[in-house]
Design a protein around this ligand. Structure first.
Ligand code: SF4
Length: 274
């Protein structure tokens, strides 16, 4: 939930509601994906909700994984998440590498242009096996508070006497260049008896969410245009009245629409419709 969303917003609007609705993995596995997507609405990266749902079903059948390898076999769980669960949740003797820890290790061992697999192998070697959890948490804190991307506070660092990257810490930071994609969408608006016509999205971006249907635009039916950013996409959405929708329609009462499994892109359209 915290990917791309502030902690305060997650705590205020999402996490407590999620735990209340799904207190156990079985509750999540037995719920409908539509309901989960509605709860997730506004958080973005909807594949995480779909993967959580799938993972809950697998765990309901086979039980919880017990090793990094088994956790990584679940959909959507990569090496970092699997290791974090095993280290912090299960207190196993495993190393963890997140962005902060990677930066500390790269500098400490002077790993210029190191691939992820190399950084993980240094993390394994560096791990204090007697205190794995404390070690990983300490490295995370060191990375976020002392060995920061810009101007690290080396004089306060407990690793300073043996750090090989201390002289030039900035050379271990590479800025990722994000290439944005422009996308123009033509969306149809059909309202009958205060109900809005929505369809199930088949696009990867918003898969399984309800969305306004994609249409061939007719200029005289134009309603409004708005902008939306989502991951690497810069979207220009244009809304048009339509009477023709060639997909299965899910009618949603406009007074209840906030509870529907819709994305922020669709939510933004509502101010031109409601
Ligand atoms: S001495 Fe400086 S560069 Fe090295 S780990 Fe500490 S803060 Fe980072």
């Amino acid at each position: 939930m915290l990917q791309q969303t502030q902690v305060s917003r997650v705590l205020e609007h999402y996490y407590p509601t999620f735990l209340k609705r799904y207190p156990t993995i079985n509750d999540l596995a037995e719920s409908s994906l539509d309901e989960l997507l509605a709860l997730w609405s506004g958080l973005g990266y909807y594949s995480r909700a779909r993967n959580l749902h799938k993972s809950a079903s697998i765990c309901k059948e086979s039980g919880l994984p017990t090793s990094v390898k088994q956790w990584m076999a679940l959909p959507g769980i990569g090496r970092y998440t699997a290791s974090a669960i095993c280290s912090f949740g299960l207190e196993q003797e495993v190393s963890v590498v997140d962005t902060n820890i990677a930066r500390v290790l790269k500098r400490y061992f002077a790993l210029l242009d190191a691939k992820d697999i190399t950084i993980w192998s240094y993390a394994d070697k560096f791990l204090n096996k007697k205190e794995s959890k404390a070690h990983n948490l300490a490295l995370m804190d060191l990375g976020s508070l002392i060995c920061t991307p810009k101007t690290p506070l080396c004089r306060l660092c407990p690793l300073q006497s043996s750090c090989q990257g201390r002289e030039n810490p900035e050379i271990y930071i590479k800025k990722k260049k994000i290439i944005y994609k422009e996308l123009e969408l033509f969306l149809g608006v059909l309202v009958r008896e205060n109900k809005l016509a929505l369809v199930k999205s088949k696009e990867r971006l918003y898969h399984s969410l309800l969305t306004l249907p994609h249409i061939d635009p007719i200029e005289e039916n134009f309603i409004a245009k708005y902008k939306h950013s989502y991951t690497k996409y810069r979207i220009t959405a244009k809304l048009y009245h339509t009477e023709e929708i060639n997909e299965e329609i899910h009618w949603y009462d406009l007074s209840q629409i906030e509870n529907a499994p819709i994305s922020n892109l669709t939510k933004k359209a509502l101010k031109f419709i409601v």
